[in-house]
Ligand binder design. Structure first.
Ligand code: ZN
Length: 115
């Protein structure tokens, strides 16, 4: 009887230890400041030390898109995301991501046409 009980207890303790170990492991991972990001270009999920909207593979696309947007806005200062998206062939989501990243500003006023 006693030995049977002991073996049950031993088993349950072992089970708990396994649980504690996995908790400890996830605790270690959580302590590292890592961000889970979704690339706005290829939609891959990746981790990085800093919050970013573009993965390493798409950084070049990102730079060239921003250059295009910058040039376009210099020429047509009162453009909205849809106009930029249509003209440059960049998705509106990608254009808006630059606002989230703080690389573009959005004016809340009415879009006025330059005559
Ligand atoms: Zn990507």
């Amino acid at each position: 009887m006693v030995s049977k009980n002991l073996s049950t207890i031993t088993k349950s303790i072992l089970y708990l230890n396994v649980n504690d170990k996995s908790n400890f492991k996830s605790e270690c991972v959580r302590r590292r400041p890592m961000y889970t990001n979704v690339c706005k270009h290829c939609h891959n999920v990746f981790q990085s030390k800093f919050k970013t909207y573009s993965c390493k593979e798409c950084k070049e696309i990102d730079y060239s898109q921003f250059d295009d947007i910058e040039a376009y806005l210099k020429e047509f200062p009162n453009s909205n995301a849809l106009q930029i998206s249509e003209t440059l062939g960049i998705t509106a989501y990608e254009v808006l991501s630059f606002i989230k990243e703080g690389r573009l500003n959005m004016s809340k006023g009415v879009f006025s046409k330059l005559n």
